[in-house]
Unconditional design. Structure first.
Ligand code: ZN
Length: 456
């Protein structure tokens, strides 16, 4: 990006020159280059540690403390690197590809260098101002040949975040799906590494509004009750089942349960919905059948991965600083995690269920067997109901239901399971299905299908 012997463009950080910083008579140059900044004034763990490592032990210009310091010129170089890698200069000469994105609702607002630098770390305004002045002067130097995306730091120059892709994650996901279906289902180190990397520190992620991606469930939380529905085609059998509702309205005993989106055949988990209507829609009852719905209260504190929140996750710069060279890789992973909701909840046709559910079943198993902090289930949007309807799966370890007789056939073989759910018997209601409303979109007509067919 710059000539090798141009001190102002040196991007090594630690080698930035401070020898030509003395103001000359008549020149409007400040002493910023000779100012030292301490590790306490940068408010960014990565930068603090960079200062401590390279410190020459001096007095801080900004807080007047005797602490680990390095020249503000060095900090400007680190900021410069972040600006070059993670931002694009779009004003006053907007690139065509940026103009193309202007109609997007999420197109970021261009910001001045000062505003962008201030957003990188909570610098004091005087620090940001000095860095901006240093960069402005550095790039205004006619001997400095810039080959980068921006030419200067004049006041009218504005930046937007550079487009970062999901990197290799989508391809790795495709390999993960393929391996599960056609190569190694149970023991694949590659897939285990993929899952480790994907979910590393998942409980430390938040949405832009500060909502956690791994949320609390149980008493006094939004996820304190779940509805289940069961279809009966025979009225007498339904009456028989209601004699023992905890067992017959809860999940089937282990070894018997059919495979589902989040469980393999024989692994008993608890599927529930946040709303009664969603539970009813999920069982897709045939006309003429009876549906029993019931509410189960979650009586123990649990933790749930919320796929809808994950879709809005943002990079946690407390976790990986923007100044860390790994930031782009980290941000790519966040972008991929945002797409996980869609990957894990896309509708599956009945003929495809066995293999199409493999990736989600494996992810559920993986999350269920994680160590501390534990995850007990997943909140995911309903594919049967449009809007914000949500379902919850509680993994086997959190799917034990309290029974009046204190016996529990579901605990067989795993006596350490905590009782997490309690049926509210007063909530049981019975409905007879009289008609199913089918919703659809018109996508084509016979004429257009025949017309398209002639093109091939
Ligand atoms: Zn300081």
């Amino acid at each position: 990006m710059s000539e090798a012997n141009c001190a102002g463009c040196d991007d090594s950080g630690e080698n930035a020159s401070i020898q030509d910083t003395t103001p000359q008579p008549g020149e409007n140059v400040t002493k910023q280059l000779t100012r030292e900044i301490c590790s306490n004034c940068v408010k960014d763990a990565f930068l603090s540690s960079a200062i401590i490592t390279r410190s020459r032990g001096n007095g801080c210009f900004y807080c007047n403390e005797l602490a680990y310091c390095f020249p503000i010129e060095n900090l400007a170089t680190l900021v410069d690197r972040v600006l070059a890698q993670q931002f694009v200069n779009v004003w006053p000469y907007p690139p065509a590809e940026w103009l193309d994105t202007l109609h997007d609702t999420d197109c970021p607002k261009p910001r001045t260098a000062f505003e962008v630098i201030q957003s990188l770390a909570p610098f004091h305004a005087s620090v940001t101002s000095d860095i901006t002045d240093i960069l402005k002067r550095r790039y205004a130097d006619p001997t400095c040949h810039i080959e980068g995306k921006r030419g200067d730091f004049d006041d009218d120059v504005k930046f937007v975040p550079a487009f970062i892709t999901q990197g290799q994650w989508p391809q790795t996901w495709t390999k993960f799906e393929h391996a599960l279906k056609y190569e190694a289902r149970y023991f694949s180190q590659t897939n285990i590494d993929f899952l480790h990397e994907m979910f590393d520190g998942i409980d430390r992620h938040f949405t832009i509004n500060g909502k956690p991606v791994v949320t609390k469930g149980g008493p006094r939380t939004r996820y304190k009750s779940l509805y289940r529905a069961r279809v009966f085609q025979d009225f007498l059998k339904m009456n028989e089942a209601l004699a023992d509702p905890e067992i017959n309205l809860g999940p089937p005993p282990h070894g018997i349960g059919q495979a589902g989106r989040m469980n393999a055949n024989g692994i008993s988990v608890f599927y529930g919905a946040l709303q009664q209507r969603t539970a009813l829609s999920e069982v897709r009852p045939p006309v003429g059948s009876y549906v029993v719905t019931a509410r189960f209260d979650i009586i123990e504190p649990i933790r749930l991965l919320n796929l809808s929140a994950l879709e809005k996750a943002v990079s946690n710069t407390d976790e990986v600083s923007r100044f860390n060279p790994s930031y782009e890789k980290y941000h790519s992973r966040i972008l991929f995690l945002r797409s996980l909701r869609e990957l894990m909840t896309r509708p599956v046709m009945p003929d495809d269920e066995l293999t199409s559910y493999l990736p989600t079943q494996v992810i559920a198993d993986y999350l269920s067997s994680r160590g501390e902090p534990q995850i007990h289930g997943i909140v995911f949007p309903s594919t049967q109901v449009a809007g914000k309807a949500s379902n919850v799966v509680l993994f086997h370890k959190a799917a034990r239901i309290a029974t009046p007789s204190l016996t529990d056939i579901h605990s067989e073989g795993n006596f350490s399971r905590t009782v997490t759910l309690k049926l509210n018997r007063d909530s049981i209601s019975i409905k007879k299905i009289t008609a199913n409303a089918v919703k659809f979109d018109d996508v084509s007509s016979l004429a257009s299908i025949l017309q398209n067919r002639t093109k091939f």
